[in-house]
Structure formats: C-alpha cells, structure tokens
Design a protein around this ligand. Structure first.
Ligand code: MTE
Length: 302
C-alpha cells in the first residue's frame, strides 16, 4: 500500500482510489445500510479532482491541544506520547464490552485507503489520503445493542506525556460524540495511517476518528474509549462554547460561525496568495449523507 499515493492525482486516480467508497461498502450500501443515492461513483469526486496535500503539510500543521495550541506544537511535542501498548475500551450498550488491544483490532479490520477532504471549523482545509477501517466494523465486532442511539469517544488522558493537559484550555480528556447512524455510515472511519504509513502521533496515533462531512474537531484523536449510549454525549468544544460549536457541526457554507464566514476555506499548501475555495455543503459529501438530516433545521442543529 505504501507508495501508491501520488500528490498529483488525476481525475482517473480519484475515481479509482479516492472514490472513498470501497467495493465492499458499495455492496453493503446497496444491501440496505442506508447509503441513499449510491448508484455508482460519487458525483463530487468526478466533478473535482482532489489533489492530496503532501505528507509534510498534513503532519506539520495540526490541531491537537493536548500538545499545545500552536499549529506547530503537535509536531514538536507529540513524540512524547507512548502509543504502544494501546487499549481501546468499548463499553456501554454493547454485547461484548471490554478492553480491546490495538493489535487485536487491527488483525480483524480491513484497512482501506480513503482520500477525504478535511475541513477545520477555523476555515482551513486539506485533502488527506487516510488509511483506516470503517467504524461500523469495529462497532459490529463489539455488538451494538438495540437501545443504543449515540456513540461517545474519549482521548487518552496522560498529562505527563501530553503537556497541554496541564493547562485549562479545554476540560480533559477531550471527548466527542456521534449519533449512531452517523457512526455506522460507511464514510466514517477510524484512521490508522496516512499515505500508507502509520499515523504520526501529531495526527492522533495510533487511531483517530475521521468524519469527513463534519468540521475537523469532531474527528477526535488518539481514542482510548468508545461508549454506546442512549443519550447525546457531551463534546469538548460544545462544552467550551455551545453557541459557537454544536453537537452536529456538519460542514455548511450557509451557516456561518458567529465570528466568521464558513462560505469559503483556505487550502493548506496553496501559498500565501492562493485564492480561497468555496466550501461545499457537507464538505462535498452531500449525496451520501444529506438524508441523515432529512427534516432537520440545520441552522438550529448546527
Ligand atoms: N482531538 C483531540 N484529542 N484533541 C484536539 O485538540 N483537535 C481537533 C481534531 N481532533 C483535537 C482533536 C481539531 S480542532 C481538528 S481541526 C483536527 O483534530 C485536526 O486534525 P489534524 O491535525 O490531523 O489535521
């Protein structure tokens, strides 16, 4: 797998490798997993050739407040993090709660390549060639019980290795959450690599959530706990400022952040004078995910 990615993907490469829905997911979708409108290759990928950011860009401009609030702090400090051994506790409304070793999870999961847009709520963006597995596969391994409605996630709390946790910039540990149907959606992955290499610490080693149609802060890093619950779980940024950061946080150019416009974004790597690009609804994954929010007022459920 390593070395298969190019930085300059042609449209053909995008439809082949970056179509982000593997054959397996497509088949699953057609069998009724709930992928509305999947009839072939995704329309957005066809319309826009995604040019992946470089490995250097993806791993040097980060948000990971456990290592500091500067964009270069994670790359400078995250080497302090011990990522092996690594255990993910899966608990709550599951048939098989327990401590799952990272290696045991990896042995059971199918690792795929997904070329995804990544849009931070701060209005910068990248295109990242992730390696990872569908979160649904892990949840199915644990056996989701019928009353479960939400999935809660938690990052490691280890202040001796994560200096940011000695500050009060956020309440620790970092927590996030998804509705169960969002968590089970085939676009939702747990990323374990970038460009075919193990995911670097600053990007959330050894495994982090990636939900490509939501603002980047939903994509919680270095996950140690996944809890199935029937109540909407608290989320770090919502807790810090609920008016500015909602539970859903779907990328939406029509709903501005109270302090800035979300209509456009700055692609990292484009240079200082690069033109901003328009932000796409659901970050370009509208065909695949809009039906999850049918009938919901997206200005209210921001
Ligand atoms: N997860 C944890 N645990 N701590 C964080 O500070 N930052 C979030 C998200 N996940 C964050 C986190 C934000 S704001 C963004 S934009 C993305 O991670 C950044 O991911 P990247 O550094 O891989 O681009």
């Amino acid at each position: 797998m390593a070395g298969r990615w190019k930085n300059d993907l042609t449209e053909n490469d995008v439809t082949l490798e970056g179509s982000y829905l593997s054959r397996r997911s497509l088949l699953a979708g057609m069998a009724g997993v709930g992928l509305a409108g999947v009839t072939g290759l995704p329309t957005v990928a066809k319309a826009e050739a995604l040019k992946a950011n470089t490995f250097e860009e993806i791993t040097s401009y980060n948000n990971f407040y456990e290592f500091g609030t500067g964009k270069d702090d994670p790359a400078k400090n995250a080497h302090m993090l011990t990522t092996a051994p690594w255990t993910v506790k899966i608990d709550g409304m599951v048939d098989k709660p327990g401590d799952y070793q990272f290696e045991d999870i990896m042995a059971k999961m199918t690792i795929e390549e997904r070329l995804y847009r990544f849009r931070c709520v701060e209005a910068w963006s990248m295109v990242v060639p992730w390696n990872g597995f569908e979160l649904a596969d892990l949840l199915n391994l644990a056996g989701v019980q019928s009353g479960a409605k939400y999935v809660a996630f938690e990052t490691l709390y280890r202040p001796e290795e994560m200096p940011g946790q000695k500050t009060r910039v956020l309440k620790w540990p970092y927590v996030e959450g998804l509705r169960l149907d969002e968590a089970m959606h085939p676009l939702t992955i747990m990323a374990t690599g970038i460009y075919g290499k193990d995911i670097p610490n600053q990007n959330g080693a050894p495994l982090r959530l990636v939900v490509p149609w939501k603002y980047g802060f939903k994509s919680i890093k270095s996950v140690v706990r996944i809890t199935l619950t029937d109540k909407e779980p608290p989320t770090s940024w919502n807790r810090a400022n609920g008016r500015e950061y909602g539970f859903y946080s779907n990328v939406n150019p029509e709903v501005d952040h109270p302090r800035w416009s979300q209509a456009s974004e700055r692609r990292i790597g484009g240079g200082l004078f690069a033109k901003r690009v328009p932000t796409l609804k659901f970050n370009g994954y509208e065909t695949e995910v809009a039906s999850l929010y049918d009938g919901m007022d997206l200005t209210k459920f921001y």
